[in-house]
Each structure stands twice: as C-alpha cells, then as structure tokens.
Ligand binder design. Structure first.
Ligand SMILES: [Mg+2]
Length: 243
C-alpha cells in the first residue's frame, strides 16, 4: 500500500498526516497471514515506518529507492549516481522567488515542491511546471506531478520499478497494490504488464478516489475505492478473510 491519500488522509501539511487506526490494524493482521505486507511511499522509509508504526511489515521510501529492513535503510545503487544532480536541482529551486504557499521539501533522493497551501492552485501549478520541467530535463532528472506537488527525482526509479523488483526478488505469485496518485499509476502499470507476461500470476490494482483532490489524470486500476475510509473498510475485510 501507498501511505498518503491511501491509508492516511491527505493533510494540508505533510507533517500533520496520520494513518487511520483501522488501516494499521488490518495491515498488522494481514502480516500474520501473507508472505509480505509492504508500504511503498514517496516519503522516506523511516517517515513511513514512523507513520504506520508497525514491526513485521516492510517499508520502501522515496517511491521505492529506499528500503528499511532490520533497522537499516539502504538506498538503491541506481539512485546514488543521481544524488549530486538532485542536490544541484534543490539549490537552484531554493534560489527562486517562489509564489506564496509553495513549500520545498528536500528528500534523500529527490526534491518535492508542494503547492497545496497556495491560494491559486492552477496558476501556481503552471508557474512551477514551466520552470521545473526544463530544469529537471537539463539535469537528467525526471519531473513527476502528484497531488498538489511536483517531484524532481532520478529517472525511471519510481514505484513501477520498485514493484517489479519486489515481485522478482521475492518470487511473488500474487500481489495487491493500493494507491491514489500518479506515482501509484506506475505501480499499477508494472503489475498489469507482469500478470499478462506469464501463467498463474494474480495482480490486483486498486485506486483510491478522492473528490477533494483529484489526481492530474485518472488512474487505470482494476478497482476503485472511495477515499481512505473506503481503503480502511476494504483492508479490514481482507484481514478478516485472511484469518
Ligand atoms: Mg499517495
């Protein structure tokens, strides 16, 4: 599962977000019955761990390039070679005279530029994308639009890449993934192509609908749940059946 907007209501400020207790309970219960319960977030792996608060499940952060296991975070070597480009991008963005309500969030392998607190979302989004897109391109980085956020990150190392790797490394035969944002769309696409590429593969993708803050483009998934409360109900029902 993704975290923000999936098991945690979207908050005006990322620091005030929290995971719904029913989601936590369900993930804990599910972890007793399935091979792997994992959280895959754009936050750092430690932040995801702190928010979800469960041992016995696994945490991937930075959209998949950070993995927390046995108390240690490891960064994918594929991401490491982009770190100086990401730092340069952050320094340049921080030097800009930003419209009001824009927050710059440095991440271990990315820079997030949030505009949820801007008074004019549309104008701020346009202002940002016109500047961020060429800047990211010039540095060999990728610009990913999300819910009221742009993220500049190493190219091709998103949730789709991570899900593919998890399935392969763990030899999974079935997977369910739930997410709400454009970056989760990459995970859905990876699951859809994996399940059609071989026999006896079960992949289920679930998008979370949120009328308040729609994603830039509708996500293609097998099922759609209504908001984080819908996810909570679905996870609890899965947990009961898994017993
Ligand atoms: Mg999300």
């Amino acid at each position: 599962v993704d975290v923000d907007g999936t098991i945690s209501p979207i908050a005006p400020d990322p620091l005030s977000a929290y995971v719904l207790p029913g989601c936590r309970l369900a993930l804990e219960e599910l972890s007793q019955h399935v091979d792997l319960v994992g959280v895959l977030s754009g936050r750092t792996a430690q932040q995801a761990r702190q928010m979800v608060g469960l041992d016995g499940i696994e945490y991937w952060g930075g959209h998949g390039v950070l993995h927390l296991a046995n108390g240690t975070v490891r960064m994918a070597p594929e991401a490491e070679r982009f770190l100086s480009a990401v730092t340069d991008a952050r320094r340049e963005i921080e030097s800009w005279d930003m419209p009001p309500g824009v927050l710059i969030e440095p991440k271990p392998t990315a820079v997030a530029v949030h505009y949820r607190l801007a008074s004019d979302h549309g104008a701020t989004q346009t202002w940002l994308s016109e500047r961020l897109a060429p800047m990211a391109r010039a540095r060999g980085l990728e610009l990913l639009p999300g819910r009221m956020v742009f993220e500049i990150r190493p190219p091709g190392l998103g949730k789709g890449w991570c899900i593919q790797r998890i399935i392969h490394e763990r030899g999974l035969q079935s997977i369910v993934y739930i997410g709400d944002d454009q970056t989760d769309g990459e995970a859905f696409a990876a699951i859809h192509s994996w399940r059609t590429a071989g026999p006896n593969r079960v992949g289920v993708t679930v998008a979370v609908e949120n009328v308040e803050v729609p994603p830039h483009e509708p996500l293609t998934a097998d099922f759609v749940l209504s908001g984080v409360r819908g996810v909570e109900r679905a996870l609890l029902s899965l947990a009961v059946r898994a017993r």
